[in-house]
Design a protein around this ligand. Structure first.
Ligand SMILES: C[S@@+](CC[C@H](N)C(=O)[O-])C[C@H]1O[C@@H](n2cnc3c(N)ncnc32)[C@H](O)[C@@H]1O
Length: 327
C-alpha cells in the first residue's frame, strides 16, 4: 500500500504545505538569498539587511528557511544548506510549472499533440545548440543518481563506458569514489564541446564524440546507460542494447532509468507525466527493460530503487553464459 492510500488526509496537508514552502524557497532565490549566502560570512540580521524588500517579510522568509533546514545558523554566520545541483533543480522546476498548468488542456487534446517518444530528440535539441538551462538541469538530475549508483560495488571494474553520459557528472563521481576506475563518456559532439568548455569531470574521465547508434563503442568492462533508454522508442532501446552486447562482449551492463512497475509509488507516475508533458518520453515498464535485456543476452543480477529526482530503478545485468554444449 502506498502512503496515499494509507493516509490521504496527511498527504494532502503535506502537499499543500510543501507547495507553499517551495514558493518561499523560490522567492528567497529571486531575492538573491542563496547568492548572498555564498558570499562573505554574515549574521541573520546582516543577510536580511542586504536583501531587497520589506525587512520584516525578508526576516519571515529567512526564519521559515531556517526552520525547514534550508538555511543553517552557526556561530560563524548563516550558511545555505541548499546549493549546487539541488538549487539548480529548484530553478529548473520553475520552468516546468508552465507545462504542468497545461495538463488538463493537453489531456483534452486542445494543446500540442500527445507526447510521443522521440528517439531523435537529443540530436535535434543539440543540433540547435545546447541551451545552458538544459545542460544545467541534466547535470543536476545526474547528481541525484550518484548516491544510488554508489550502492553498487564498482571495485571489480577498471574501465567504464558511459553511453550518453552527458557532462560526465556520474562518470566523474564514480572515478572519484573508485581510484582504480577510469571512464569514457560517449556523447554527441555538441554535448562534448559544451561539456569540455566547462571543465573535465575528473582527469580519469575521457570524452569521446560520437553516436552510439552508429560509431564503434570504445571498449570497457562495464557499461552504464543512465537516463538514455527512457528517451528511446522500444525498438531503438533494443537496438542499442544489442550493439552493446555485440561490441562489449563480457561487459557488465548497468541501466538506470525511471521505470514503472507494480510497486511504483505515486512519485514515479508523476515523474512519468512530467517527462511526457515536456514531450521527451513516457516511461517504460520495468518488465520491458527485463525483456529487452534478456533479448540482448543479458541476465539481471541485482536491482534496486533509487531515491533520486526521477524516482529511478537500477538494473545490473551480466551476459548470459553461453551453453557450450549447444549446437
Ligand atoms: C537524459 S540525458 C542523460 C545524461 C546522463 N547519462 C545522465 O544520466 O545524466 C541523455 C543523453 O544521451 C545523449 N544521447 C542521445 N542520443 C545519443 C546518441 N545517439 N549518441 C550519443 N549520445 C546520445 C544526449 O546527448 C544526452 O546527453
Amino acid at each position: 500500500m502506498t502512503a496515499v492510500r494509507d493516509r490521504p488526509d496527511r498527504l494532502v496537508l503535506e502537499l499543500l504545505h510543501d507547495r507553499m514552502l517551495l514558493r518561499v524557497v523560490e522567492a528567497a532565490d529571486a531575492l538573491g538569498l542563496f547568492e548572498r549566502l555564498s558570499g562573505p560570512a554574515a549574521t541573520v540580521d546582516e543577510v536580511a539587511r542586504d536583501l531587497p524588500g520589506d525587512p520584516d517579510l525578508v526576516d519571515w522568509i529567512l526564519e521559515t528557511l531556517v526552520a525547514a533546514g534550508f538555511v543553517l545558523t552557526t556561530p560563524s554566520g548563516v550558511h545555505a544548506a541548499l546549493s549546487g545541483p539541488l538549487l539548480d533543480l529548484v530553478r529548473a522546476g520553475r520552468g516546468d510549472d508552465e507545462s504542468w498548468r497545461g495538463l488538463a488542456s493537453w489531456t483534452k487534446g486542445s494543446a500540442p499533440a500527445r507526447a510521443s517518444m522521440q528517439p531523435d530528440y537529443f540530436r535535434r535539441a543539440f543540433l540547435a545548440g545546447v541551451p545552458d538551462s538544459f545542460s544545467t538541469k541534466m547535470a543536476a538530475v545526474s547528481a541525484t543518481l550518484v548516491p544510488g549508483l554508489l550502492r553498487y560495488d564498482w571495485e571489480g571494474h577498471r574501465h567504464l563506458l558511459d553511453l550518453g553520459g552527458g557532462a560526465g557528472v556520474i562518470a566523474g563521481a564514480l572515478c572519484d569514489a573508485y581510484p582504480r576506475l577510469s571512464a569514457t563518456v560517449l556523447e554527441l559532439p555538441a554535448v562534448v564541446d559544451s561539456t569540455t568548455r566547462c571543465g573535465q569531470a575528473s582527469d580519469r574521465v575521457r570524452y569521446c564524440k560520437g553516436d552510439f547508434f552508429v560509431d564503434a563503442l570504445p571498449s570497457a568492462d562495464v557499461c552504464l546507460l543512465a537516463h538514455v533508454l527512457v528517451n528511446l522508442q522500444p525498438s531503438d532501446a533494443e537496438r542499442l542494447l544489442s550493439r552493446v552486447a555485440e561490441q562489449l562482449p563480457g561487459a557488465t551492463l548497468v541501466v538506470v532509468d525511471p521505470m514503472i512497475d507494480a510497486e511504483s509509488r505515486w512519485q514515479s507516475h508523476v515523474m512519468s507525466l512530467n517527462a511526457a508533458l515536456r514531450r521527451v518520453a513516457g516511461h517504460h515498464s520495468a518488465d520491458s527493460y527485463r525483456e529487452w535485456l534478456a533479448g540482448a543476452g543479458y541476465e539481471v543480477q541485482t536491482e534496486w530503487r533509487l531515491d533520486s529526482y526521477s524516482v529511478d530503478r537500477c538494473l545490473v545485468a551480466a551476459p548470459r553464459r553461453q551453453n557450450r554444449g549447444s549446437p
